[in-house]
Design a protein around this ligand. Structure first.
Ligand code: OGA
Ligand code: NI
Length: 356
């Protein structure tokens, strides 16, 4: 059983809407119509800023500086020359294409149980919103074999072997990035218990995301604004537009860069860095012209590992801002409080999590 499964069992995602096949819609049904959202993209700040692109080809002091500035200023950056082959990335894209273009009656054979972690379904954050998102997802927490066997009885072995290879490559990259990020904070592997043994205890959950073409994109929302509950998220956004990040109260596009992987600081890394690295709000808008695929890999320590502001980063001038919490408990808190979960752990004027 995946170490986070119990959390999902305790917090089932129940929805009061039937699943609809968005691919066949000629207009956006009422349950998917969002109030007009503020679009600050015409603003000069948004136009003139773009998230950093960092090359990992040669590890150097300069790369560490680029990483720490990107994590501080944006909480997001794109990496290139990261070692994951572009052929593997495009194979993943074809798998996503095949999986999500299956007929709905086939896809629901792999439906995620309300209290389950893996399978096909709506966005996990859906219960916090009265409107549905223009989104389909397929979550892989352990082996996808059982689900994929139902979905593609003739070709499940090929599908699973590509996913396995992708997970393996991403795990390698996630560990490498985590090491660079800790180093950029002035920490080494021995300073962080779960980082010893080459980050062996880091775990990932892979989420395949699909945003179908939308007949009225300005009325719909692909994925509503949220922060990630991970330490770090590695996102391959294929060559499609749609992802936006909130920066200084403006939404900024995250343009696709060929073969680049988007790295997103999650809430746990924000806590560990004692607020120095930001965990940015981000969202996905949909389009009439182009559907979107993305593959998000959420990385964290084992579910029972405590995360807290690292003592080496604290001083009289920078006292700890957050309480200590395990990944499992953080997900429980997020399932209750959603975007207020992080601030509920603030030590000064926040509400202590234990009193929720
Ligand atoms: C997520 C996410 C962005 C995307 O899955 O948490 O932010 O582009 N995905 O799909
Ligand atoms: Ni996200």
């Amino acid at each position: 059983m995946h170490s986070l499964s119990q959390v999902y069992k305790d917090h089932p995602v129940t929805l009061h809407h039937p699943l609809m096949d968005l691919n066949t819609m000629e207009e956006v049904p009422e349950s998917y119509v969002w109030p007009p959202f503020d679009d600050y993209l015409d603003d000069e700040t948004a136009k003139n800023s773009s998230i950093p692109i960092i090359s990992l080809s040669e590890p150097s002091l300069d790369v560490l500086n680029q990483i720490s500035s990107a994590c501080e200023d944006w909480g997001m950056f794109q990496v290139v020359n990261h070692g994951v082959s572009s052929q593997l990335l495009s194979e993943m894209e074809s798998l996503g294409n095949r999986l999500f273009s299956l007929p709905m009656k086939q896809k629901i054979k792999a439906l995620r149980a309300p209290d389950g972690i893996s399978g096909y379904g709506l966005a996990r954050i859906s219960p916090f919103f009265s409107k549905l998102m223009w989104f389909e997802g397929f979550t892989i927490a352990e082996s996808p074999l059982e689900h994929v066997r139902c979905l593609m009885p003739d070709d499940y072995e090929h599908f699973c072997s590509i996913v396995q290879e992708y997970e393996h490559e991403m795990e390698h990259l996630a560990r490498r990035l985590m090491e660079l990020i800790l180093t950029s904070l002035g920490l080494n592997k021995n300073d962080v218990k779960w980082a010893r043994n080459g980050f062996e205890s880091m775990h990932g959950v892979l989420q395949l995301n699909y945003y179908p073409l939308c007949p009225q994109p300005s009325n719909a929302m692909g994925l509503a604004a949220h922060t990630d509950s991970s330490l770090l998220t590695l996102l391959y956004q294929t060559s499609t537009q749609g992802l936006q990040i909130m920066k200084e109260r403006h939404w900024v596009n995250v343009p696709p860069v060929p073969s680049a992987i988007v790295i997103n600081v999650g809430d746990l890394l924000h806590i560990l860095s004692n607020g120095r690295f930001s965990s940015p709000l981000h969202r996905v808008l949909v389009s009439r012209a182009q559907h979107r695929f993305s593959f998000a890999h959420f990385w964290g320590p084992t579910s029972e590992t405590s995360i807290y502001p690292h003592p080496k980063l604290l001083s009289l001038q920078s006292p700890p801002l957050y309480q200590s919490i395990t990944w499992a408990d953080y997900l429980r808190l997020k399932a209750k409080l959603f975007n207020r979960a992080l601030s509920s752990l603030l030590l000064s004027d926040g509400i202590p999590a234990t009193n929720q």
